[in-house]
Write a protein that binds this ligand. Structure first.
Ligand code: AMP
Ligand code: ZN
Length: 468
């Protein structure tokens, strides 16, 4: 099994630190809003990586944090006149709801930065003790040049960074020994959440959070550390410096980074304002379509979001679901129970597509080719399964489709999910029926929606709906 390691800029064989186990850390979102579909890309990609390791028989310890203390959270809390904790709790809950909709498995552990401050303080103390960090007026900085391997992940050279970082000296951080030094601990500002520390009240820098949480839940050395490509520098570079300086050993063996999700060929980001939240998308599409769309490209290729590609993903997903449905229908009506000799041979040939799927996934998780193999299997199933087939053969084909789809987190069984647009259309129809005094029809629509878990409320401002 090969995966691309940002550290060596090459595909490498995966060799676990501990036989049969994978220790994996994925940087999670900062929770100050609903997640957007760009944030969803690493979630879906690395959930798929995890699922494939599990399919291969590995036990995966998968840790992904929530950054729940940050300037943006504090800003949002001030805007709403509530505590930062209220904001982060709210959006963690919403994020988990979206993850569930995208069939992203919960991590083995989702640590919260605010619950791990003690460990971060200890790690900073260790760094100071070893001469890798120093305090100035309540701020603790990492002494970047002291860490000899600095730049090894982002393949940056310290002197280039030095000339790029010079402007920092005039932007208020002039107490640093060197413009390359970065913050480990910052002093409290009025009205901000703060914790006690040997350097006075304050809060940790973002990078130290992940170094500490990874160490606490996975140990000093892990197999894979992952996130979006924007995190390579400075976030992951700084995590390496902190962890390796403090622990005295290599931090992560493999560093994986997904490329960006773009919109109109520009990076989708909160700061540019050109993003869709997962929640918005869920009102128009089944989130399984979003997942299928994400996996239709290789995770290291940029992906442009478009209605056309989403439609193509919907059609692809339908193709798989229809084949699975067809197999189920045939199986229920099959006259023959056990597989014939000829069918056993046919099933052996279907194994070809499973091998194709594994070959694609073994090659740095090439989900685009893996999906192509599922399509071939679907085609094979459509051409070899019919009314004459045995229940056992049909069941085996169905099992293969379900098993491979499941590795990608794709639910090959049809879901009766009702979309917001359809709900609105039915409400409209109900209003028309009431106007025409066709109350039987109006009630029928209400009951139909209720059966799908949608509750209607007639209010003075019109009809409102909510999910039960
Ligand atoms: P943030 O909340 O900004 O820290 O981002 C959480 C995760 O989403 C990180 O791994 C980012 O690299 C990733 N991410 C943010 N925007 C995008 C995007 N447009 N495409 C892909 N990944 C993204
Ligand atoms: Zn991180």
């Amino acid at each position: 099994m090969k995966l691309y390691n940002t550290l060596s800029k090459a595909k490498e064989d995966f060799v676990p630190i501990e036989e049969g186990k994978v220790k994996m850390y994925v940087c999670g979102p900062t929770v100050y809003n609903y997640i957007h579909i760009g944030n969803a890309r690493p979630m879906i990609v690395f959930d798929t990586v995890r699922r494939y390791f599990e399919y291969k028989g590995y036990e995966v310890n998968f840790v992904s944090n929530f950054t729940d203390v940050d300037d943006k959270i504090i800003k949002k809390a001030i805007e709403e006149g509530v505590t930062a904790e209220e904001i982060s709790k709210r959006y963690i809950k919403e994020c988990k709801h979206d993850m569930d909709g995208m069939n992203v498995k919960p991590a083995t552990k989702h640590p919260l930065a605010t619950e791990e401050i003690g460990g971060m303080v200890e790690m900073i103390q260790t760094l100071i003790g070893k001469g890798y960090a120093y305090e100035k007026n309540g701020t603790v900085y990492f002494r970047t040049r002291r860490f000899k391997d600095y730049g090894k992940l982002s393949h940056k050279n310290l002197d280039d960074l030095q000339s790029g970082g010079r402007s920092l000296l005039v932007t208020g951080e002039d107490e640093k020994e060197d413009p390359l030094d970065f913050v480990l601990w910052k002093p409290k500002k009025e009205g901000e959440p703060a914790w006690e520390s040997p350097w006075g009240e304050g809060r940790p820098g973002w990078h130290i959070e992940c170094s500490e949480m990874s160490k606490k839940y996975l140990g000093e050395q892990i197999d894979i550390h992952a996130g979006g490509e924007d995190l390579v520098f400075p976030h992951h570079e700084n995590e390496i410096a902190q962890s390796e300086a403090a622990n005295g050993r290599e931090f992560a063996k493999y560093w994986m980074h997904n490329a960006f999700l773009n919109i109109d060929n520009r990076k989708m980001s909160k700061s540019l304002g050109n993003f869709f939240t997962v929640r918005e998308i869920s009102e128009k599409y089944d989130l399984q379509v979003l997942r299928f769309f994400m996996l239709s490209a290789h995770y290291r290729s940029p992906l442009n979001f478009s209605a056309d590609l989403m439609d193509a993903a919907r059609t692809g997903l339908e193709r798989i679901r229809n084949a699975a449905d067809n197999l189920k229908f045939l199986r229920e009506n099959a006259k023959l129970k056990e597989m014939t000799e000829a069918e056993k041979e046919k099933l052996d040939r279907a194994g070809e597509y499973v091998r194709g799927f594994e070959k694609a996934m073994d090659d740095d998780f090439n989900t685009a080719d893996a999906i192509a193999s599922i399509f071939e299997l679907v085609k094979y199933s459509n051409t070899t399964a019919d009314e004459e087939s045995s229940a056992e053969y049909l069941e085996s084909l169905l099992g293969l489709i379900v098993k491979l789809s499941d590795v990608l987190g794709i639910q090959s069984e049809k879901e009766e999910e009702i979309l917001a647009d359809d709900i609105e259309a039915l409400i409209e129809e109900r209003q028309e029926a009431r106007k025409a005094r066709d109350f039987a029809r109006a009630d029928k629509i209400r009951d139909e929606l209720l059966a799908k878990g949608i509750i209607l409320e007639d209010t003075r401002e019109g009809v409102k709906w909510k999910k039960a």
